[in-house]
Write a protein that binds this ligand. Structure first.
Ligand code: NAP
Length: 454
């Protein structure tokens, strides 16, 4: 069996990598287990220096790594460069702040001295998706390694070149062999790794079925998990919104990465008094997007990552139109080579239509019209997901009041939802549990240990 990456812009094979046999997997796990105690015992400054060197390698190889991302999963080259920068920034952030996040906390109690120490758990297995093939990995690896854990990665099957390149970056930065390894195994062998006693915790970013399977196995082994699953973020536009700002953000927030982002705005919820104007302006802006070769700077709409994902998305769109949703623009695959789909808007979506409740992981904006603020809030929360959300209003106090009532892990007022190393990232409901980034992300994979001394 082999992993094969196919350029979604052309359909041509980029790379074939043989999957590992049991002996190869065993060797890698043994190497990581051997490296774990010394890494856990290393000084925080040593680990911070290592992360700074990782950042430097990423920056020095930026163009080459960005091109690899683009070839394997189709991302626009400019966005791919931005992704590499973001990984470097994330490493530098934890190099600068990690020590503070795991510093001992002295607590007054009945002891002569009592404190909380934050100690690494051991080895964290990360099961990661293809949509941000570098950032998803660094988002887990930078805090986990800074905390003194080692990491193993099971990356998505369609980005094997990225999986190998990430491992190479850590080695090139001079991290000891075995502190980070990419395991070239298919999804069917993930449970065997979770069950291995050398694995202490698991983090997964991906779909609900994958999350359910991984969490069930980890649960049976009493191993800590963090799950970052899908989302269908609401984008609530109130009558007092700055529509120029909102429309501009709507396009960026839905069509970045060709809509294949868990925190993309997916459900646009304008209130009745501005709904027609918002949709008309949104349509005009969306129709300026131009599909083409993602390696060309002039392209503004990249292909989706795989033809099968494009076809699944189209089926969701067709089913929604059959049930009464209105195609405002797009809503068709683009004929010819590659996994291209038109930048699309589906309006008048109501309960009972697939677009109302399901995640659409591609370039399709779903419009659900609301009567007023209360109705918009009700619709925003009428979702199985709870990852992010945004509210557009000129009244920031009103925005904050609504933000507090939206059921999700993050709400941005007059801003596009984004991940930032300084702020916690994660969801509630079927979007998962646990947090990544900030001090909260780093503390997911530590032993919060009480030490009490008479
Ligand atoms: P996916 O099919 O779940 O794949 C994600 C990873 O899980 C891949 O490495 C995949 O390996 C592995 N996997 C799949 N089934 C598995 C199983 N039963 N047991 C163990 N591992 C398994 O998801 P995707 O299609 O790549 O990504 C799309 C989904 O991820 C969307 O729902 C999106 O919203 C979500 N996502 C969430 C976030 C977030 O931060 N919340 C970020 C990005 C994406 P193979 O490739 O070998 O199948």
């Amino acid at each position: 069996m082999a992993f094969k990456s196919i350029n979604p812009a052309t359909g041509q094979t980029v790379r074939i990598v043989e999957t590992w046999n049991e002996t190869q997997l065993e060797q890698a796990l043994a190497e990581v287990a051997a490296a774990t105690p010394a890494w856990a015992a290393s000084r925080l400054e040593t680990r911070a220096d290592a992360l700074r060197r990782v950042a430097a390698v990423l920056r020095s190889r930026r163009d080459e790594l960005a091109r690899l991302i683009s070839l394997e999963m189709g991302k626009l080259i400019g966005e791919a460069r931005g992704e590499i920068d973001k990984c470097a920034n994330g490493c530098e952030y934890y190099a600068a702040h990690g020590a503070e996040f795991v510093a001992d906390e002295i607590i007054a109690s009945d002891a002569g001295r009592s404190l909380v120490a934050y100690q690494p758990l051991g080895t964290v297995l990360a099961v990661m998706p293809w949509n941000f093939p570098f950032w998803q990995v660094f988002r887990f690896a930078a805090p986990a390694l800074m905390a003194g854990n080692t990491g193993v990665l099971k990356h998505a099957s369609n980005v094997p070149g990225c999986a190998l390149a990430i491992e190479e970056v850590f080695l090139e930065a001079g991290l000891p062999a075995g502190v980070f390894r990419s395991l070239m195994i298919p999804a069917g062998r993930v449970n065997r790794v979770i069950e291995d006693k050398r694995i202490h915790a698991v983090t997964l970013t991906g779909s609900e079925p994958a999350g359910r399977s991984v969490a069930a196995t980890a649960g049976a082994q009493i191993k800590k998990t963090v799950l970052e699953l899908g989302g269908s973020d609401p984008f609530v536009v109130l009558e007092d919104a700055d529509l120029d700002l909102a429309v501009h953000a709507a396009v960026a927030s839905r069509f970045l990465n060709t809509g294949q982002s868990c925190i993309a705005a997916k459900r646009f919820i304008p209130v009745a008094s501005i709904a027609d104007e918002f949709v008309a302006r949104f349509k005009t802006a969306v129709e300026t997007l131009r599909h083409g070769d993602p390696l060309l700077e002039s392209t503004t709409l990249a292909p989706m990552a795989r033809v099968d994902l494009r076809d699944e998305l189209h089926q969701q769109v067709i089913d929604s139109i059959l049930k009464g949703a209105v195609a405002v623009t797009g809503c068709r695959p683009i004929p010819g080579e590659g996994a291209y789909y038109e930048a699309s808007i589906l309006d008048h979506v109501v309960p009972g239509i697939r677009a109302y409740a399901e995640e659409f992981f591609g370039p399709v904006a779903i419009v659900i019209r609301a009567q007023d603020e209360a109705d918009a809030l009700r619709i925003a929360n009428d979702s199985p997901f709870g990852l992010g959300g945004s509210v557009w209003t000129r009244d920031s106090a009103r925005g904050e009041r609504i933000a507090r009532q939206i059921q999700s892990g993050a709400v941005f007022v007059n801003g596009m939802v984004k991940s930032d190393p300084r702020l916690p990232f994660g969801g509630i409901k079927r979007s998962g549990y646990g947090r990544e980034l900030s001090r909260h992300g780093l503390r997911e994979f530590v032993n919060t240990k009480t030490i009490w001394i008479r």
